[in-house]
Design a protein around this ligand. Structure first.
Ligand code: ATP
Ligand code: MG
Length: 531
């Protein structure tokens, strides 16, 4: 039996899949028998509760409830504080969710899970990818690979199908917390991402909040203040999501609440709901257009628009896409399961390559978190109908901070453009020290496309020693990005042809240290949430 799984670690729901001996994809149900597990945690009991039970009980104890933590991955300043004062980093909350997924998968498979491919949104930068890896490590999971959600959806779409000649597919993924659009080229054995864009603060959650705001307003008209009743607020958030789902099939629904001792029922019809989410839908259309533009394509060159993510079940979304593009969007893959299934196919592929000794994660050799050795019998690996190789792209521009000639203004100089196929290396000359006799070059690495530093993130910095001379020294910058989207930046003194060294991407600014990951692993292990 396969002991390698694919995990779609979603903002609102997570899914786990594996490929059986015959090569069929199977979604692994959790211990509650559900195919997807809410990515939610409730503290306050003997040990934390994850999933539907946490969500159901959330409004009785909202201060002990944490959801949507994926939105905070890679933010070192964020932590969740439970009522007893204990704090948890986003990686730890994620690790609790992953622990349940792992434990449920192990009960289902009757075996240990020896490795997992985990998916992340395509536009996750280096800090968020690293945070996801750390969360998995803290959950005791061996990460085989981290791949992009749209790539995983494309694998699930392509395997088992006769694609024929190459097709250009737009993946419209509208989930619970994030929205993204990717355009890919797919044929019989390869997937190439051409362009990708997303908004990681736009999802079904925002649609729920539009309903919440509507109900709050209606309640106010009746003289009721929901905002200051924390239990009613939490109940409203849960009911808003339910109402939204009901409106995907019914024309009307209602929300009933108990606010400070009084009953309140608000009716909601589909038309009012559709008006309410118009600006959200307009935003998704503008992301589609931006992605097309970056891919240098127009709708007539797109063969298919593939719907992924639970929010694409809202009927008006399908209409908006068709009105915009003239293409009837396709529901060929399961909106909740495709990403986990694609990841599971990739897990089989990685394990096979490991068994054959040909797997190269592209990670640096000294990476202390490199994978554990895995021993697999090649005969136990399921035979797939085809193996996809894929090329991903960078989701952000990478550059350095430069200073203009008058040494007055600092700005961002992009060296590796967004949407560059990876692995890649860009060599850029034309930089220099600022003045004669300079001894140190302060090199700051940026992530982002804008020239204005207000709109970019500094992801690493270093003071590189340079031999002082009585003139300005020309400098070459080399930016490389490996297969795992890990960035390396080095500087060369072109005058004396000396390698000045590499800038370490400053993970500590966004991510846990190795020591902290170990501590988190101990803490999660002690909480023993799987049982
Ligand atoms: N029938 C439905 N109608 C409307 N929305 C729905 C329906 N079913 C599920 N959803 C919404 O889909 C969202 C969950 O989708 P999905 O599981 O794809 O997201 P996710 O993977 O958790 O998020 P992300 O990909 O953004 O990290 C939730 O907001 C949920 O309310
Ligand atoms: Mg998703």
């Amino acid at each position: 039996m396969s002991k390698f799984v694919g995990i779609d670690l979603g903002t609102t729901f997570s899914a786990v899949a594996y490929i059986d001996e015959k090569g069929n994809p199977i979604i692994i149900p959790n211990k509650q028998g559900e195919n997807i597990t809410p990515s939610t945690v409730l503290f306050g009991g003997k040990k934390p509760v994850v999933g539907s039970a946490a969500k159901k009980k959330s409004f009785t104890d909202p201060k002990n409830y944490e959801a949507f933590v994926k939105r905070h991955m890679g933010e070192k300043t964020y932590s969740f504080t439970a009522k007893n004062g204990e704090t948890f980093r986003p990686e730890e909350i994620s690790a609790l969710i992953l622990s349940k997924l792992k434990s449920d998968a192990e009960s289902f498979l009757g075996d240990t899970v020896d490795g997992a491919v985990i998916t992340v949104p395509a536009y996750f930068g280096d800090p968020q990818r690293q945070a996801t890896r750390d969360a998995a490590t803290a959950a005791g999971l061996n990460v085989l690979d981290i791949i992009n959600e749209p790539t995983a959806a494309a694998i699930a779409f392509g395997i088992g199908k006769n694609i024929g000649k190459s097709q250009k597919i737009m993946i419209y993924d509208f989930g619970g917390g994030t929205f993204d659009v990717s355009i890919l080229d797919i044929d019989e054995d390869s997937i190439r991402v051409i362009a990708t864009n997303g908004d990681h603060k736009l999802g079904g959650y925002d649609i729920d909040m539009a309903i919440v705001d509507y109900v709050k307003e209606k309640a106010e008209e009746e003289g009721m203040d929901i905002e200051n009743d924390i239990k009613a607020m939490q109940n409203l958030m849960i009911q808003a999501e339910e109402a939204k789902k009901t409106l995907s099939s019914d024309d009307t629904t209602e929300i009933s609440l108990y606010v400070k001792g009084e009953d309140l029922t608000i009716e909601l019809d589909r038309e009012t709901f559709e008006d309410m989410i118009e600006t959200i839908l307009d935003t998704t259309v503008s992301v589609m257009l931006r992605t097309l533009d970056e891919a240098n394509l127009d709708y007539s060159q797109i063969d298919k628009i593939l719907l992924v993510g639970g929010s694409t079940r809202i009927p008006i979304i399908q209409k908006v896409i068709e009105d915009e593009s003239g293409i009837k969007p396709s529901s060929e893959v399961h909106p909740d399961e495709a990403v986990a299934i694609g990841a599971a196919y990739h897990a089989v592929d990685v394990v096979k390559q490991m068994a054959e000794g040909t797997f190269n994660s592209g990670k640096p050799k000294d990476d202390s978190q490199s994978k554990e050795e895995i021993y697999v019998n090649i005969d136990d690996i399921p035979e797939l109908d085809k193996n996809y190789t894929f090329k991903d792209i960078t989701s952000h521009g990478i550059g350095i901070v430069v200073c203009d000639d008058n040494l007055k203004k600092f700005s961002n100089s992009v060296i590796m453009e967004k949407n560059t196929e990876i692995p890649a290396e860009v060599i850029q000359d034309g930089y220099s020290t600022s003045e004669p006799y300079q001894e140190i070059i302060r090199l700051q690495v940026t992530q982002g496309e804008d020239r204005n530093l207000d709109y970019v993130t500094i992801i690493g910095e270093a003071d590189l020693k340079v031999k002082p001379r009585n003139y300005i020294v020309p400098v070459r910058i080399i930016v490389s990005c490996d297969k795992d989207a890990i960035i390396h930046v080095r500087a060369i003194d072109l005058d004396q042809n000396i390698d000045l060294g590499e800038v370490t991407i400053n993970r500590d600014k966004h991510n846990m240290t190795e020591e902290e990951v170990k501590k988190a692993a101990n803490r999660i292990n002690k909480l023993n949430i799987g049982e």
